[in-house]
Design a protein around this ligand. Structure first.
Ligand code: CP
Ligand code: NVA
Length: 297
């Protein structure tokens, strides 16, 4: 029996991904519509810290009448060297779905290959697909269909940027990426999507006439030691009201959070009417609930 996993946005048919976002909007309006999942358990295996992703999953399971079990690396035998394949074989005989936050994306794929139940990428070094479900829900909620729109990614060519590249394909929007030299996203991923992606080195060039500007921290989890070097390289990549003024007048600003106020985004912009980051954070819960409903049924 084949199992549906959600390791990137491309793992499910585009129509199903859109269906999950529609469902999330429905569940946001009426919590009582959620399909109850009594006796279902979600395993959460996290190698990195989390606030939004973890709480969204745990609250979603609780609201569906199921339960969740959280394990970090130091609490599980993974931290003592139990092979990932064996952990997958064992856990997937006990729980109904497993969300993993890992460093290595390959390890995540390895886990999924040996899991009997659906595996969700709760962020890896390469992708963060759950965040994109919430970002697209948030765009639709504020501005309608995202298809055909222009989106600017300003900053690191990281896991979030890679998921935006996949999202441009799934949701059919144009993506302009401004990243400093040496911090561009994966070349193959750009090449595979070059009809929708434009890579530039000047944030101003990316921001002109777009409908959405998105950024993220300059040093992702695991890259903290490079912070000083990155701060120098990203110095001209801060998103400010001035940069935002180049975008369309009704453009939105998003950030997956946590943000470093005053670094990649000015406090003024984060707290401005352009910014929909709090809706974006709340929508993590609605989209992850809809995703669980989809994968558990
Ligand atoms: N945006 C996001 O994934 O946040 P957490 O790291 O708090 O889960
Ligand atoms: N790019 C960031 C996203 C955090 C939600 C990181 O990986 O740390």
């Amino acid at each position: 029996m084949s199992v549906n996993h959600f390791l990137t946005l491309l793992d499910l048919p585009s129509s199903d991904v859109l269906g999950i976002i529609d469902r999330a909007a429905e569940l946001k309006k009426n919590l009582m519509l959620v399909k109850s999942q009594p006796n279902k358990t979600l395993g959460l295996l996290f190698e990195k810290p989390s606030t939004r992703t973890r709480v969204a999953f745990e609250v979603a399971m609780a609201q569906m009448g199921g339960s969740s079990i959280f394990l970090n690396n130091t609490e599980s035998q993974l931290g003592r060297g139990e092979p990932i394949e064996d952990t997958a074989r064992v856990l997937s005989r006990m729980v109904d779905c497993i969300a993993i936050r890992s460093f290595s994306h390959i390890a995540l794929e390895q886990f999924a290959k040996h899991s009997l139940v659906p595996v969700i990428n709760a962020l890896s070094n390469d992708y963060h697909p759950c965040q994109l479900l919430a970002d697209v829900q948030t765009f639709i909620e504020h501005r309608g269909n995202i298809s055909g729109k222009r989106v600017a990614w300003i900053g690191d060519g990281n896991n979030m940027c890679h998921s935006y590249i996949n999202a441009a394909r799934v949701f059919d929007f144009e993506l302009l990426i401004a990243a400093p030299k040496g911090f561009e996203p994966n070349r193959q991923l750009i090449a595979a999507n070059n009809s929708r992606i434009t890579l530039v080195s000047d944030p101003k060039q990316a921001a002109v006439d777009v409908d959405l500007i998105v950024t993220d921290v300059w040093a992702s989890m695991g890259k903290e030691a490079e912070h000083a070097k990155r701060a120098r390289a990203f110095n001209s990549f801060k998103v400010t009201p001035e940069l935002m003024s180049l975008a369309n007048s009704d453009a939105l600003f998003m950030h997956c959070l946590p943000a470093h106020r005053g670094e990649e985004v000015s406090t003024e912009l984060l707290d401005s009417p352009y910014s929909v980051v709090w809706d974006e954070a709340e929508n993590r819960m609605h989209t992850q609930k809809a995703l669980l409903e989809y994968l558990l049924n």
